[in-house]
Write a protein that binds this ligand. Structure first.
Ligand code: ZN
Length: 211
């Protein structure tokens, strides 16, 4: 499609595999959720209005790191979030964002700690996600979120958008997806444990595992 050859084709297929995997296991629904992967020109991202269950490699949009649409269909309306995280984290080559049920439920709770919306309940959460800052509510498409997300991503690989869902960066698509899933499972545990006396990892135990 854009003449960059085999590496581009392979990356497109990986994005679609990741999309199918998330969709088939109920981590996204309808046309929610978007996935991006860094390329030499910027990043590939799932297009606006697409379902992660049916999007194809040829349908991915190419966007520059400044958010400019370069090629392919119109990108997800949330492409600016991916651009912000990829600019902030040169170590990250992929970003996954979902409205997955349990993480979205936690994002609607009152009284969350803005510095850590979920406690480090398990070692895998501490290793793959680390602390999870809560970003203030922004209406869909409000690009004021871009600056907050970029600033937060400099020091965190994952963040939770209030009344919305998680955004997770990884060194590659597999790492970003694993961390997103760990976050979702920890959100499920957190909700299951509601009302039960709970012992999360201590700050020291979590710090020794931090990514
Ligand atoms: Zn969203």
């Amino acid at each position: 499609m854009n003449g960059t050859g085999g590496a581009d084709d392979a990356l497109r297929r990986q994005v679609v595999e990741c999309a199918r995997s998330l969709f088939s296991r109920g981590l996204t629904h309808g046309s929610t959720g978007n996935i991006s992967a860094r390329t030499p020109e910027g990043f590939l991202i799932t297009p606006t209005g697409s379902s992660l269950g049916t999007v194809t490699p040829a349908e991915l949009s190419l966007v520059a790191l400044d958010g400019t649409h370069r090629a392919g269909p119109k990108p997800s309306k949330e492409a600016f979030l991916h651009a912000a995280v990829l600019r902030a984290r040169p170590d990250a080559n992929a970003v996954v964002h979902t409205h997955s049920t349990h993480a979205a439920a936690v994002s609607c709770l009152a009284g969350l700690d803005p510095a850590g919306a979920l406690p480090p309940l398990t070692a895998y959460f501490a290793m793959r996600v680390g602390s999870l800052p809560l970003l203030p509510y922004h209406a869909p498409g409000d690009t004021a979120l871009e600056e907050v997300a970029e600033r937060t991503a400099r020091t965190h690989r994952a963040m939770l958008l209030s009344n919305h869902g998680p955004v997770v960066a990884g060194v590659d698509l597999s790492a970003a997806t694993d961390a997103l899933e760990e976050l979702e499972e920890t959100a499920k545990l957190h909700l299951l444990l509601n009302g039960h006396p709970t012992r999360p990892l201590t700050a020291d135990e979590a710090a020794r595992l931090a990514p």
